[in-house]
Write a protein of this length. Structure first.
Length: 148
Protein backbone atom coordinates (compact mmCIF):
# COMPACT_ATOMS: atom_id res chain seq x y z
CA UNK A 1 0.00 0.00 0.00
CA UNK A 2 1.35 3.44 -0.88
CA UNK A 3 1.19 6.27 1.63
CA UNK A 4 -2.02 8.27 1.61
CA UNK A 5 -1.63 12.01 2.06
CA UNK A 6 -4.35 13.24 4.38
CA UNK A 7 -4.13 17.05 4.56
CA UNK A 8 -4.84 19.03 7.73
CA UNK A 9 -8.58 19.39 8.34
CA UNK A 10 -9.54 16.44 6.15
CA UNK A 11 -12.15 13.99 7.39
CA UNK A 12 -11.59 10.24 7.52
CA UNK A 13 -14.62 7.94 7.63
CA UNK A 14 -13.71 4.53 9.05
CA UNK A 15 -16.66 2.16 9.01
CA UNK A 16 -18.04 -1.31 8.58
CA UNK A 17 -21.67 -2.44 8.44
CA UNK A 18 -22.41 -1.70 12.10
CA UNK A 19 -19.99 0.98 13.33
CA UNK A 20 -18.65 4.23 11.91
CA UNK A 21 -15.98 6.64 13.10
CA UNK A 22 -15.80 10.14 11.67
CA UNK A 23 -12.32 11.45 12.37
CA UNK A 24 -10.67 14.77 11.53
CA UNK A 25 -6.94 15.13 10.86
CA UNK A 26 -5.64 17.83 13.23
CA UNK A 27 -2.07 17.07 12.19
CA UNK A 28 -0.56 17.60 8.78
CA UNK A 29 -0.14 15.36 5.75
CA UNK A 30 3.16 13.90 7.00
CA UNK A 31 2.19 13.36 10.64
CA UNK A 32 -1.51 12.67 10.90
CA UNK A 33 -3.35 13.16 14.18
CA UNK A 34 -6.89 11.81 13.94
CA UNK A 35 -9.39 13.25 16.41
CA UNK A 36 -12.83 11.61 16.77
CA UNK A 37 -15.70 13.86 15.74
CA UNK A 38 -18.60 11.39 15.70
CA UNK A 39 -19.08 7.73 16.50
CA UNK A 40 -22.13 5.84 15.26
CA UNK A 41 -22.93 2.22 15.97
CA UNK A 42 -25.80 -0.17 15.62
CA UNK A 43 -26.48 -3.41 17.45
CA UNK A 44 -26.89 -6.35 15.10
CA UNK A 45 -28.29 -9.44 16.78
CA UNK A 46 -27.03 -12.91 15.82
CA UNK A 47 -28.58 -14.57 12.77
CA UNK A 48 -30.51 -17.03 14.94
CA UNK A 49 -32.54 -14.11 16.32
CA UNK A 50 -33.21 -12.53 12.94
CA UNK A 51 -34.95 -15.35 11.13
CA UNK A 52 -35.68 -18.84 12.36
CA UNK A 53 -37.92 -20.20 9.63
CA UNK A 54 -36.82 -22.75 7.09
CA UNK A 55 -36.23 -21.66 3.53
CA UNK A 56 -39.44 -21.30 1.56
CA UNK A 57 -40.54 -23.61 -1.24
CA UNK A 58 -42.00 -22.63 -4.59
CA UNK A 59 -44.28 -25.04 -6.40
CA UNK A 60 -44.14 -25.00 -10.19
CA UNK A 61 -47.35 -24.26 -12.06
CA UNK A 62 -46.96 -27.51 -14.03
CA UNK A 63 -45.98 -30.81 -12.57
CA UNK A 64 -44.96 -31.48 -9.02
CA UNK A 65 -41.52 -29.89 -9.04
CA UNK A 66 -40.54 -27.69 -6.12
CA UNK A 67 -37.67 -25.25 -5.72
CA UNK A 68 -36.08 -23.75 -2.64
CA UNK A 69 -36.31 -20.00 -2.19
CA UNK A 70 -33.24 -18.39 -0.74
CA UNK A 71 -33.86 -16.84 2.63
CA UNK A 72 -33.37 -13.09 3.03
CA UNK A 73 -30.03 -12.20 4.56
CA UNK A 74 -31.12 -9.83 7.32
CA UNK A 75 -27.52 -8.93 8.18
CA UNK A 76 -26.99 -7.67 4.63
CA UNK A 77 -30.18 -5.62 4.84
CA UNK A 78 -29.19 -4.15 8.22
CA UNK A 79 -25.71 -3.35 6.88
CA UNK A 80 -27.14 -1.59 3.82
CA UNK A 81 -29.53 0.45 5.99
CA UNK A 82 -26.70 1.45 8.34
CA UNK A 83 -24.44 2.53 5.46
CA UNK A 84 -27.29 4.54 3.98
CA UNK A 85 -27.80 6.25 7.34
CA UNK A 86 -24.06 7.04 7.59
CA UNK A 87 -24.03 8.47 4.06
CA UNK A 88 -26.90 10.81 4.94
CA UNK A 89 -25.11 11.94 8.12
CA UNK A 90 -21.84 12.40 6.25
CA UNK A 91 -23.46 14.63 3.61
CA UNK A 92 -24.99 16.86 6.30
CA UNK A 93 -21.74 16.92 8.28
CA UNK A 94 -19.66 17.82 5.20
CA UNK A 95 -22.04 20.62 4.29
CA UNK A 96 -22.29 22.04 7.83
CA UNK A 97 -18.56 21.80 8.60
CA UNK A 98 -17.30 22.93 5.20
CA UNK A 99 -15.33 19.74 4.56
CA UNK A 100 -13.13 19.88 1.44
CA UNK A 101 -11.52 16.42 1.50
CA UNK A 102 -12.73 13.01 2.60
CA UNK A 103 -10.99 9.64 2.96
CA UNK A 104 -13.09 6.45 3.07
CA UNK A 105 -11.78 3.42 4.98
CA UNK A 106 -13.99 0.32 4.95
CA UNK A 107 -14.03 -3.36 4.03
CA UNK A 108 -14.41 -3.86 0.25
CA UNK A 109 -18.13 -4.73 0.39
CA UNK A 110 -18.97 -1.71 2.55
CA UNK A 111 -16.76 0.51 0.39
CA UNK A 112 -18.89 -0.55 -2.59
CA UNK A 113 -22.06 0.36 -0.68
CA UNK A 114 -20.57 3.74 0.22
CA UNK A 115 -19.72 4.44 -3.42
CA UNK A 116 -23.29 3.63 -4.47
CA UNK A 117 -25.04 5.56 -1.70
CA UNK A 118 -22.96 8.73 -1.39
CA UNK A 119 -24.50 11.60 -3.28
CA UNK A 120 -22.49 13.39 -5.95
CA UNK A 121 -21.55 16.37 -3.73
CA UNK A 122 -20.00 14.10 -1.07
CA UNK A 123 -18.48 11.79 -3.67
CA UNK A 124 -16.65 14.78 -5.17
CA UNK A 125 -14.88 15.29 -1.81
CA UNK A 126 -13.33 11.79 -1.75
CA UNK A 127 -9.55 11.99 -2.18
CA UNK A 128 -8.73 8.37 -1.25
CA UNK A 129 -10.31 5.01 -0.50
CA UNK A 130 -8.79 2.25 1.61
CA UNK A 131 -10.36 -1.22 1.35
CA UNK A 132 -9.54 -2.41 4.86
CA UNK A 133 -11.60 -3.08 8.00
CA UNK A 134 -10.00 -0.83 10.64
CA UNK A 135 -13.08 0.21 12.61
CA UNK A 136 -12.28 -1.98 15.64
CA UNK A 137 -8.68 -0.73 15.88
CA UNK A 138 -7.65 2.02 18.30
CA UNK A 139 -7.09 5.40 16.65
CA UNK A 140 -3.26 5.30 16.99
CA UNK A 141 -3.21 2.03 15.00
CA UNK A 142 -5.49 3.55 12.35
CA UNK A 143 -3.11 6.51 12.09
CA UNK A 144 -0.14 4.15 11.78
CA UNK A 145 -1.82 2.09 9.07
CA UNK A 146 -2.81 5.17 7.05
CA UNK A 147 0.62 6.81 7.32
CA UNK A 148 2.79 3.83 6.33
Amino acid sequence: MSTIRIPHGSVVLVCDGAKALILRNQGDAELINLIPVKVESEYQPPARELGADREGRVYQSRGGARSAVRQTDWHDRAEEAFVSHICEKLVVFARDEGIDELVLVAPPRVLGLLRKQLDSSAHALVIAEVAKDLVRFPIPEIEHYLSR
